[in-house]
Design a protein around this ligand. Structure first.
Ligand code: E4P
Length: 217
């Protein structure tokens, strides 16, 4: 499973990237706002840190304007994935940008039929938003499972990018179902390393070690 970091915070990306667990980055207009940085500048910086796909989102609503924005964003670096919303115009833009050889991440997906259309339109990634479905009492994880089954039925190459991951359980379930990628905020990825029994076990080992009076270095 590939891990993308869902942030435009350069320091957080560097920290996780140094650990070797980062396969890509996703950003969106809200994350750009949070970073307080210029979209072109911060996206360029991120593409220089991470070699995998870095999603940068268009903000136009009409297909021809999305395509123009997508082309501009794609010029930032070779590893840009242009992010377009799952609207009719977004699907048109996806098809054009894909045919031009760009990676396209179709975002704001909330149904399996939307995901099916995105795959038909040639999306590189489809981003179903798990957390936002859970927020309104729907089953985000079932959507990942449904898309997995449909894509496998027809050997679609579009990768399922589980998005809006809010908890470590979301990460675990997405991996168990077979999502190709997950994008999660840095704190969720860091929490995946934690377990109280690890902390307790380490404390006991170190306490016993001190009693031996030995040193390794
Ligand atoms: C994905 O690409 C989005 O940026 C992100 O996962 C949205 O997550 P949220 O619902 O927590 O804002």
């Amino acid at each position: 499973m590939k891990f993308f970091v869902d942030t435009a915070d350069v320091e957080a990306i560097k920290e996780l990237n140094d650990l070797g667990v980062v396969d890509g980055v996703t950003t969106n207009p809200s994350l750009i706002l949070k970073s307080g940085r210029d979209i072109l500048e911060v996206t360029k910086e991120i593409t220089e840190i991470v070699s995998g796909p870095v999603s940068a989102e268009v903000v136009a609503l009409k297909a021809d304007e999305m395509i123009a924005e997508g082309r501009k964003l794609a010029k930032i670096a070779e590893n840009i994935a242009v992010k377009v919303p799952l609207t009719w115009d977004g699907l048109k833009a996806c098809n054009v940008l894909t045919n031009e050889g760009h990676m396209v991440n179709v975002t704001l997906c909330f149904s399996a039929n939307q995901a099916l259309l995105a795959a038909k339109a040639g999306a590189t990634f489809i981003s179903p938003f798990i957390g936002r479905l859970d927020d309104i009492n729907l089953d985000g994880m079932q959507l990942i499972a449904d898309i997995r089954q449909i894509y496998d039925n027809y050997d679609f190459e579009t990768e399922i990018l589980a998005a809006s991951i809010r908890t470590v359980n979301h990460a675990f379930e997405a991996a168990r179902i077979g999502s190709d990628v997950m994008t999660a905020p840095p704190d969720v990825i860091k929490k995946m390393a934690q377990h109280p029994l690890t902390d307790k076990g380490l404390e006991a080992f170190l306490s016993d070690w001190e009693k031996t009076g030995q040193k390794i270095l």
